[in-house]
Design a protein around this ligand. Structure first.
Ligand SMILES: [Zn+2]
Length: 269
């Protein structure tokens, strides 16, 4: 790590869905279930090994349902110093839920992570990256500090939920282009199953933008997707590329939000 001033923050984030994302879509036959299990059996261990090797702390969003099925992995994530984020309970999109059902998902997600690892997440990421009209109110009710499911910026954090005069919360914007699932897993109309080298070019180009504009580079990845061997090696190459720039800091979402709040104590930016 260089002693130069900080110029860019890198957030490596992983959504540890395991089978939950399949079950939520009704894909409960053995093969899609096994695809989810691959994330726990192979993908996450490879990721944790890579992060340890480069001494990087990441943020891992976990549905409560998954935490209950893989308590040892959740405790390992915590023991290795990574941040644990809220990712709903059963990986259903909030848009399909009533306000009460959405509140229940949040309550049960908190309860599961508390039960398994005695942790109360500071941040939330929506399963399926969609929020309902109630979500932001509920986030404030539950005291989340940040949220990461919206696409209103690329390299800068911003505030949401301030319309009522409250301090709201901080948004860590995401993008489909910075999500491994779109590149590698969706096979539709001839796209998907991309060559890792092509995705490297896309992601390195986005990082160059974050670096040039002195912002935040946030990748969203899934153990069952990025965990395949050539993809993990691509991620490693990207880490090395980013590390080669002066003033790049790898950190957790919660730490990035705390630093951002210090520099942006008030206002609606
Ligand atoms: Zn997910």
């Amino acid at each position: 790590m260089t002693s130069a001033r900080k110029r860019c923050t890198v957030l490596l984030t992983f959504d540890f869905d395991a089978e939950s994302s399949k079950v939520a879509k009704g894909l409960t036959s053995p093969t899609p279930i096994s695809q989810g299990q691959y994330g726990a059996r192979v993908g996450l261990p490879r990721i944790l090994k890579l992060l340890a090797q480069y001494e990087i702390k990441a943020t891992i969003f976990i549905p409560g349902w998954t935490a209950e099925r893989y308590p040892d992995l959740v405790r390992q994530i915590q023991a290795e110093g990574h941040e644990i984020g809220h990712h709903g309970y059963t990986h259903v999109t909030p848009v399909t839920l009533s306000r009460e059902e959405e509140r229940e998902q949040l309550t049960k997600g908190f309860a599961a992570l508390n039960q398994v690892a005695s942790v109360r997440p500071k941040g939330y990421r929506s399963p399926a990256w969609d929020l309902s009209n109630h979500s932001i109110d509920l986030f404030k009710e539950f005291g989340f500090e940040y949220e990461s499911s919206l696409m209103g910026d690329d390299f800068q954090l911003y505030r949401i939920g301030t319309e009522d005069g409250s301090p709201g919360l901080v948004e860590i914007p995401i993008s489909w282009i910075l999500d491994d699932f779109v590149h590698f897993e969706i096979v539709e109309n001839g796209v998907g199953l991309a060559n890792p080298a092509s995705v490297y070019e896309i992601w390195a180009g986005e990082f160059d933008g974050a670096y040039a504009e002195e912002g935040v580079f946030c990748l969203t990845m899934h153990p069952q997707v990025i965990g395949r061997y050539p993809r993990i090696r691509m991620l490693e190459k990207l880490i090395q590329y980013m590390r080669g720039h002066a003033g790049v800091e790898f950190t957790t979402c919660a730490e990035a939000v705390a630093a951002w709040r210090k520099n942006n104590p008030t206002g609606t930016n």
